[in-house]
Design a protein around this ligand. Structure first.
Ligand code: ADP
Ligand code: MG
Length: 705
């Protein structure tokens, strides 16, 4: 019988010859406790012996990998007392010295006779060739042409050749591997056989074979994750009863007709998709992804009205109070003049919109919760205080969740539980954080995705200038602020991001406010907005800016989301280097919302090469998806998946960044294999792997990030 991966997980590494209690402990430090862990401890890299340089062929300045034997090692002290380890190594062509500063343990690691792979740059010291602080891997006496290099636990004294030996034994004893992938898919995708892949990834015949093996095993990881997500999606759809909303009610068309502009094609498509979902028997569970300014609010309001026109209610959840207040203003404006009631088109009463946040006064709250319970209120806009306060709805038909990244899956689940007796409301999640497609498939893998990929026409481009820390360029930025204000426009100044503390942020914004009022922006009407202000002051600050009483708003990142003042045409971001790409892009989206040309100035120098790349990318493009790809490249997928607990991760080989096409393929295969049902009855091997190998809280983690 071929072995399955869950079976291999049942065997402790200690069952292998050569793994005694001490080595077992060392392996545990690398999160390897079972035979499966060992087989999925993949080489970090490979050394191709036939391609390696020889010592004699190298000159000063060359960078090379050498396979050498240690001849002698010793420690001496520098004049400042710091240890310097000197190791002489040789291959058949010559000898070279390795010099290690401040790594005293190297003397013990690199003892006479050890076989090592050395990577570094040749320099010369007092006329002799040497390599300073090279990367060293203990490879042992391997005879194969391609030598795998494993992650080693330096502290525990594990050698890469020991690991290779145990892997060899494990593979030998495991024999054939069962393959959960249907042969037809394997052939179609040109993927290697699993047994072959496990062998070749550890002991490849060529670098090319190592690559093919890696591709197969990475695909398996991605498939397991996608199967989990698609299965969750199907289960949610099947297990719950949704509302079949009326699709041909009067309210949505009346709303669309009342807009002072035509919908973009993308908005029309999005609204159609949402309405089709809502009319269907299963609850909607859709993500609406759209860059800042793409017009998501209109789509959200259409969904709310679709619910209202059938006699149900709608909820609109925002991540912050400022944003909830803003949405309430917008939604009220958008539904003004629309009426509900009876079967009659313009029946008895106007659509009623309430705002409920943590700061709503008690009396007001009682009135609002009362009207939600009786059904007198049609739409409620609020923060998550909406569920923590055990608000009871008369009949919640649809919920919009804005800015998904601040909500978790539990909250979505709570929402689902807020419908009338067992009926699950439709849920539309909106995010303005563009994330790359393949990442969306993973992070939001249990949702259907609609992308608003078109901006309303009439937008004027935003010119972004990174002043690169240059004083003259910074003065030009402040001059631009004064010029725009003189022309009747408004400006934002974003205070430096000092640390993730509201209190510290508030202090920094206050300091900038005072500095600018006395300096670069003296004589202008400045406002201040930060998260520490009492709600009343926050509202007043926003309102003063909205109506133009304030010309320049100095703020923290509280303005990052949703704030919509079309007359604002300049933004100055202080110490821009401290912000991430996504955040800068969100901030910049606060300007360029009206008909006038807009500017965004990024002040401060870059402190790292990545910082420079970020700011240059911001200068180059305003396309959020392009920026998201840059971000993914710069920061790696860790930023999307978050800082997961080490070792609880089934994605060992696959990378959302490097393996983009493979993610899409895995999703397609997962949809095919899971089918319409929620089970994997036809694919028991795969089902067992998903259940046993993808740790539950890993999936939960994905949903939360
Ligand atoms: P988002 O939430 O996606 O960032 P909003 O919904 O706040 O974007 O819309 C941004 C601005 O664009 C608003 O001022 C809105 O009135 C306007 N807008 C939305 N749709 C259109 C459209 N089809 N044509 C013109 N302007 C639009
Ligand atoms: Mg429905």
């Amino acid at each position: 019988m071929p072995r399955t991966l869950p079976q291999l997980q049942q065997h402790d590494v200690a069952e292998l010859r050569g793994v005694g209690p001490r080595k077992r402990e060392a392996l545990a430090a690398l999160d390897v406790t079972t035979v499966l862990d060992l087989l999925t401890l993949y080489p970090r890299r490979y050394i191709d012996r036939s391609n390696e340089a020889t010592i004699a062929s190298l000159r000063t300045g060359d960078q090379a990998t050498l396979l050498v034997t240690v001849k002698r090692s010793g420690v001496r002290r520098a004049r400042n007392g710091r240890p310097i380890v000197e190791v002489d190594v040789a291959d058949e062509s010559g000898r070279v010295r390795l010099t290690f500063f401040n790594q005293p343990w190297r003397a013990k690691q690199l003892q006479e006779g050890a076989q090592v792979a050395v990577f570094g740059k040749l320099d010369s010291f007092r006329g002799k060739l040497q390599i300073t602080n090279p990367v060293v891997d203990l490879v042992g006496d391997r005879t194969a042409r391609i030598v795998p290099v494993y992650p080693q636990s330096q502290a525990e004294g594990l050698m890469t050749w020991e690991i290779a030996g145990w892997v060899e034994e494990a593979l030998e004893r495991a024999g054939e591997f069962a393959d959960p992938l249907p042969p037809a898919w394997r052939a179609k995708l040109g993927l290697a056989d699993r047994t072959w892949a496990f062998r070749e990834v550890h002991a490849p015949g060529s670098i090319d074979d190592a690559y093919k093996a890696r591709r197969r095993l990475a695909f398996d990881e991605l498939l397991r994750l996608q199967v989990l997500l698609v299965r969750r999606k199907r289960r949610l759809e099947q297990a719950s009863l949704g509302i079949r909303h009326v699709i041909d009610g009067p309210l949505v068309p009346a709303f669309v007709a009342s807009l002072p502009y035509a919908l973009t094609g993308a908005q029309r498509r999005a609204i159609d998709e949402v309405m089709a979902d809502m009319a269907g028997p299963h609850p909607m569970h859709r993500l609406l992804q759209g860059d800042v300014g793409s017009g998501k609010t209109v789509c959200a309001v259409a969904a709310l009205l679709m619910s209202v026109q059938g006699g149900h209610q709608g909820a609109f959840l925002a991540p912050t109070e400022v944003l909830a207040e803003q949405h309430a203003v917008n939604v009220r404006g958008l539904v003004e003049g629309l009426s509900v009631g009876g079967a009659n088109l313009f029946g008895e009463r106007p659509v009623k919109v309430e705002l409920l946040t943590g700061r709503t006064p008690a009396g007001e709250r009682a009135r609002i919760t009362g009207s939600l319970a009786t059904g007198e209120a049609d739409i409620v806009v609020g923060t998550h205080a909406l569920f923590t306060e055990s608000v009871a709805f008369h009949d919640l038909g649809a919920a919009i969740v804005d800015e998904q990244h601040r909500f978790g899956v539990e909250q979505r689940d709570v929402l689902r539980g807020r419908g009338v007796e067992g009926v699950v409301p439709d849920v539309l999640v909106m995010t303005a954080t563009p994330i790359p497609r393949t990442a969306a498939m993973t992070v939001y893998g249990d949702l259907d995705v609609t992308v608003l990929d078109e901006l309303p026409t009439g937008r004027t481009p935003i010119t972004t200038v990174w002043a690169r820390g240059d004083t003259l360029a910074e003065q030009a930025a402040w001059q631009q602020v004064r010029d725009e204000v003189a022309a009747g426009h408004q400006a934002y100044v974003v205070a430096p991001l000092v640390e993730e503390s509201e209190r510290v942020q508030a202090k920094s914004a206050t300091a900038e406010f005072e500095r600018l009022a006395a300096g670069e922006l003296s004589g202008l009407r400045l406002g201040l907005l930060h998260g520490q202000l009492p709600a009343r002051d926050k509202e007043a600050a926003m309102e003063a800016f909205r109506v133009g009483a304030t010309q320049v708003l100095v703020a923290t990142t509280v303005i990052e989301v949703g704030v919509d003042v079309p007359n604002a045409t300049v933004m100055v971001i202080l110490d821009a280097d401290h912000f991430g790409i996504a955040q800068l892009h969100q901030l910049r989206g606060r300007v360029g919302r009206g008909g006038s040309r807009s500017w965004c100035y990024l002040l401060g120098a870059a402190t790292t090469p990545e910082g420079e790349e970020r700011l240059l990318a911001l200068e180059r493009t305003t396309d959020g998806f392009e920026l998201a790809e840059v971000d993914l490249d710069l920061r790696g997928e860790g930023t999307i998946l978050g800082a997961r607990q080490k070792g609880r991760n089934d994605l060992k080989l696959a990378s959302l960044r490097r393996d983009r096409p493979l993610v899409e393929t895995a999703r397609e295969v997962a949809f095919d294999l899971v089918g319409d049902g929620s089970g994997l009855a036809a694919h028991p091997l795969l089902e067992a792997e998903v259940d046993d190998l993808v740790v539950d809280d890993e999936a939960e983690f994905l949903f939360k990030s």
